[in-house]
Design a protein. Structure first.
Length: 276
């Protein structure tokens, strides 16, 4: 009897915070390095403005009830307390938990893709600058959907955050999610947005950036063909391009990055495929 009562109380206590959270929070709140923190905001009539590390963050009203901030956490963040700054000068703390990422060892025959020739470095830097500028965009539009559609069918091949060693030398961790798909497979917009950058880059090959609104930005890489132009408005499910193996790729696949408030985060979170 007492045991049942204890169990019942425990169940009630455990279910309370969950009841206060909506679907978006339950889906997206994975506060780890390279993850997403959903932070409840004080009640107010107008959309609150909040920032993290000096950059504006995405805010929405969840289920027409409470305001929440959806915050991207950089992969290099150490576990512990972080602060979200409110426009009125207040702060709200949130906890970043730890997560261990796997290692991957890749052998590239083309050594210039491991250690690019000095002549390539200026090009690589120029391309990096353009891409960082695109990630820094913050347009006021609301994302059409936060539970994103998969841009291509097909198995997930390489996870976000993999620590990568090219010919034994550690390089940047994997900043996106890879889908195994054949050359020519159509790539569809996971949410509506505006094309803010396209290019043919040394590492990423044919690439498209789509601004979904409020700092939520997608990048699609290694395309065999780009079907959109700079400034185009793309509907949810609209054709962006086709899968390929351009740039530094060992075979045809789609590499998809998601950026939130300027930080690359795990796209698996947004398609309900996150593995803690
Ligand atoms: Zn990739």
């Amino acid at each position: 009897m007492l045991r049942n009562l204890t169990l019942t109380l425990l169940l009630i206590l455990c279910s309370l915070p969950v009841q206060a959270e909506g679907f978006i929070t339950r889906l997206l709140n994975h506060p780890v390095p390279g993850g997403v923190a959903v932070v409840g905001l004080p009640e107010q009539s107008e959309a609150p403005r909040a920032s993290y590390q000096g950059k504006p963050v995405l805010t929405i009203r969840e289920d027409g009830e409470r305001w929440i901030a959806i915050v991207g956490i950089d992969l290099k963040t150490k576990p512990g307390q972080q602060q979200l700054a409110l426009a009125n000068g207040g702060q709200i703390g949130f906890e970043v938990r730890s997560k261990r990422y796997e290692e991957q060892h890749i052998t590239l025959r083309n050594k210039s893709q491991v250690n690019p020739a000095p002549a390539q470095l200026a090009r690589i830097q120029r391309e990096l600058d353009a891409q960082l500028a695109a990630y820094a965009e913050f347009s006021p539009r609301q994302p059409s959907n936060l539970l994103l559609d998969r841009p291509v069918p097909g198995a997930l091949s390489s996870a976000f955050g993999l620590r990568r060693f090219f010919n034994g030398e550690e390089r940047n961790p994997h900043s996106g999610l890879d889908f195994a798909a054949a050359t020519g497979t159509p790539i569809k917009a996971p949410a509506a947005g505006k094309v803010i950058l396209t290019g043919d880059y040394f590492f990423n090959g044919n690439t498209v950036f789509i601004d979904h609104g409020q700092g939520l930005i997608s990048m699609f890489c290694h395309l065999s063909h780009i079907d959109v132009s700079l400034g185009d408005e793309v509907e949810r499910g609209g054709l962006i391009g086709k899968v390929g193996a351009t740039g530094r790729a060992t075979g045809p696949h789609l590499h998809w990055n998601i950026s939130l408030n300027g930080n690359r985060v795990d796209p698996a979170i947004f398609i309900g495929a996150f593995k803690p």
